[in-house]
Design a binder for this molecule. Structure first.
Ligand code: 13P
Ligand code: SF4
Length: 360
């Protein structure tokens, strides 16, 4: 086995490389400038959306990477702003008939898998994720079939169909704990799709992990050199890193964790300054958690390089006040409502429920 920790990526995975090529095409579409027809002010949008949520008995569930306008609307209307694990939990436990998920498609699908009786809407179903696109179900199933001795653990950033093929679903906040638990039972792991998170988990647990070759286009851009340059200017700063980042970046971190874990670290570490390697959207809640601290975004590829994400997930950025305000218009529902084949939903529910029960 080819191993640094025990993690390894099979050398001949041309289908996986083809899947990564697909990511580039989706990225081009996401980066197209969007045209807004309305001349409404932000305040008008906010009031309209608040009224609509009330009228339709809907709860707004937003990820930390969405815009401050959307996060504050979720806060002010009794919804939630959270990481992907807590978004799933909040939606499943909430009594609203409709869940509005402001995030990316896998988050909406997770809500629907857990709450099939609820209507799940998203500002746009085109908001996807490079990890999801880079892990098509047919290629992934063939990878699983070729490795039948391994327990299949998939990251939440995958389609419902990929989750349906898994033994476990995990988010970044519990990935290490779940894999550690499986390793202690002597299980070998097949991990997909994020190779950086998978590698991090393998190193933390010592488990035998076979990796799918996927990556997050946002976190992959963070570079050690740029971060250390900033650290020279702010020697008192802590470096906070999401584990979707490449290994050299993780290695210089003072804290590594999911979005909610990074917010806790910013609050609890003694450092007055934090250099943060994740999507900039997190600053809205992070600054609330530690108002007196200075927060600096970690640099990505740097000037002159081909940075296409610049610490802003282009798909999270597709959640806007404009499309959120139109979400209940009946002609829009086909573009906004999550539907999942019932047979797939029932299969995907099993590993998702395992995750929720594990943490509980
Ligand atoms: P969290 O589970 O940490 O919120 O991560 C989701 C994600 O997409 C990070 O890029
Ligand atoms: Fe996916 Fe990366 Fe965007 Fe998170 S930041 S949703 S992992 S593309």
């Amino acid at each position: 086995m080819n191993t640094t920790a025990d993690a390894h990526i099979p050398s001949e995975q041309s289908d996986q490389i083809a899947a990564r090529e697909q990511v580039k095409q989706y990225l081009d579409a996401a980066l197209e400038p969007r045209v807004h027809s309305s001349s409404k002010s932000t305040e008008q949008y906010r009031e309209d959306i608040k009224a609509l949520l009330k009228k339709h008995d809907a709860a707004l569930i937003a990820h930390y990477y969405t815009s401050p306008e959307i996060q504050s609307l979720a806060e002010e209307t009794g919804g939630c702003v959270a990481d992907s694990l807590e978004m799933a939990r909040f939606g499943a436990n909430h009594s609203a008939r409709t869940l509005i998920v402001a995030g990316v498609k896998f988050m909406g699908e997770t809500a629907k898998i857990l709450s099939p009786e609820k209507r799940v809407l998203m500002p746009t179903l085109e908001a996807t994720c490079s990890l999801d696109i880079g892990c098509p179900v047919d290629t992934f199933s063939a990878f699983c079939d070729a490795n039948p001795d391994r327990t299949v653990v998939v990251y939440a950033n995958t389609s419902a169909a990929v989750k349906a093929r898994a033994d476990w679903v995990v988010t970044s906040s519990i990935a290490v704990d779940v894999v550690d638990h499986l390793d202690k039972q002597g299980e070998k792991i097949l991990w997909a799709p994020d190779k950086h998170l998978g590698n991090y988990v393998a190193e933390k647990t010592g488990a035998d992990v076979l990796l799918w070759d996927g990556a997050c286009i946002v976190h992959e851009e963070f570079k050690v050199r740029g971060i250390l340059d900033i650290k020279q200017q702010y020697p008192e700063a802590a470096i906070l890193v999401h584990p979707e980042s490449p290994k050299p970046v993780v290695e210089i971190a003072d804290a590594v964790g999911s979005t909610s874990q990074l917010i806790s670290a910013a609050k609890n570490l003694p450092h007055p300054t934090c250099i943060v390697a994740t999507d900039q959207g997190i600053f809205y809640k992070m600054q609330q958690a530690c108002p007196d601290k200075k927060l600096i975004i970690a640099p990505t590829a740097g000037s002159g390089a081909t940075c296409r994400s610049c610490a802003n997930c282009p798909w999270m950025g597709m959640n806007e006040l404009d499309n959120l305000s139109q979400i209940f218009e009946s002609h829009n529902l086909d573009h906004n409502e999550i539907h999942i084949d019932e047979a797939i939903r029932q299969k995907a529910l099993i590993p998702l429920t395992r995750m929720l029960n594990f943490k509980a």
